[in-house]
Write a protein that binds this ligand. Structure first.
Ligand SMILES: NC(=O)c1ccc[n+]([C@@H]2O[C@H](COP(=O)([O-])OP(=O)(O)OC[C@H]3O[C@@H](n4cnc5c(N)ncnc54)[C@H](O)[C@@H]3O)[C@@H](O)[C@H]2O)c1
Length: 370
């Protein structure tokens, strides 16, 4: 058996809520080696370093550490662009939590700098690499629904202020349900149906204020300064059409999270914020929805799979599946819903991306299909 290439040395910036699943999952991939972590709140980095067996460094020291090849950016969304740019400037490839940046112009800066510097950019979510959505892709590619005609995507909730102790950022520009949850749905749709050509949107703020329902600020009212109900239409380059609703304003009981209908049937996909199934198909002549088997791996929470795929891409000289170009395309789509609503017109997108390569059924953690 051929010797495996040297594992990619990883530094993590941002040691908050989501970092535990990354640390625990990344440790399972033999092509990743956790070297150090950093946080502006240095004691957070110290705690994670002790727990997962790495060095705690300041952000500056982590970026200056020569052995680190890849920086995983798990900071809050407003810090994604500055931390991504700082890491690229320091000569590191990056993998960033969603979204890649809060504005398309920043995404472009990130992609340009990476290209000039011959570095790779990866971007969450990586749930689309999981067994559930990969099964959906295989089914579509095999013609399961015939020619895709429409996609329906929906994330509807009454908002996070009831349980989140510091929910302000969800209701400020850069937050809202589209930038928070849209990346899961839109990344899945681009993986399944290819890039988007045109977008239209309507947006709304239903409640001018929200009341915090948990923690020390319980009862405090906070202002809402970003849309909390966004309805969009999408035209894919393939000619298929899509609709998407993301909301923090609704108490919808029936929520089709993701469905694709074509000339010969419908595919109901799992929640794209998860890695597994179930998936169902509905075809002419069948009385009930049929459950599809999920033959692929990575069906439990495997956050970090996209990092491992990017590390494999670094060693093999290929593009990562959860790529920066895909992340930038998704940011432009999300931005365009607002631009369309504000200007009363459809927006033709300026970005596009490759449809990410499928995973294969027998993929091993290190041998993520090339
Ligand atoms: N919490 C979740 O369930 C969840 C799920 C999926 C994705 N995400 C994404 O993960 C990212 C992080 O979310 P979180 O919930 O862990 O947030 P968090 O606020 O719990 O943690 C973020 C951490 O980043 C640190 N930080 C902020 N700016 C920094 C900077 N400039 N340099 C260094 N450290 C900095 C903060 O001190 C904090 O410890 C976000 O992009 C979010 O969208 C979160």
């Amino acid at each position: 058996m051929a010797a495996l290439p040297k594992p990619v040395a990883v530094g993590v910036i941002g040691c908050g809520t989501i970092s535990d699943i990354y640390f625990s999952q990344m440790a399972k991939f033999p092509n990743l080696r956790l070297v150090a972590c950093a946080d502006i709140i240095e004691e957070r980095a110290a705690i994670k370093a002790a727990e997962y067996g790495m060095r705690a460094l300041t952000v500056e020291a982590l970026l200056a550490e020569p052995e680190i090849e890849l920086v995983v950016n798990l900071t809050i969304p407003s810090q994604h662009a500055p931390v991504n740019l700082a890491a690229l400037t320091a000569g590191k490839s990056i993998y960033c939590e969603k979204p890649l940046a809060l504005a398309s112009a920043d995404c472009q800066r990130i992609l340009d700098l990476a290209k000039q510097s011959h570095l790779l950019v990866g971007n969450a979510p990586d749930t689309f690499l999981g067994g559930g959505l990969q099964t959906g892709r295989q089914y579509l590619d095999a013609g399961g629904v015939g020619q895709p005609i429409q996609a329906v995507a929906s994330f509807q909730s009454s908002g996070p202020e009831g349980w989140h102790p510091q929910p302000d950022f969800y209701f400020a520009p850069g937050g809202g349900p589209m930038f928070d949850m849209g990346p899961y749905y839109l990344t899945a749709l681009v993986m399944l149906l290819g890039p988007v050509r045109r977008v239209g949107g309507l947006t709304k703020i239903t409640h001018a204020e929200r009341t915090i329902g948990a923690g020390p600020r319980k009862g405090e009212r906070i202002p809402v300064t970003t849309p909390t109900h966004i309805a969009g239409v999408l035209e894919f380059a393939s000619g298929a059409m899509g609709t998407i609703v993301t909301s923090f304003d609704t108490h919808a009981r029936y929520r089709p999270t993701l469905e694709i209908t074509g000339t010969e049937g419908t595919l109901r996909l799992p929640d794209p914020n998860t890695f597994g199934g179930p998936l169902y198909r509905d075809q002419p002549g069948e009385q009930e929805w049929q459950t599809l088997a999920v033959p692929f791996g990575y069906t439990t929470n495997s956050r970090g799979l996209g990092v491992a795929d990017l590390a494999s891409a670094l060693r093999r000289g290929r593009s990562p599946r959860a790529s920066g170009a895909l992340g930038a395309h998704v940011v432009e789509i999300m931005e365009a819903f607002g631009a369309s609503a504000n200007t009363n017109r459809l927006i033709t997108l300026t970005t596009t991306c490759e449809r990410p390569a499928p995973m294969v059924a027998d993929a091993e953690p290190y041998h993520i299909a090339d």
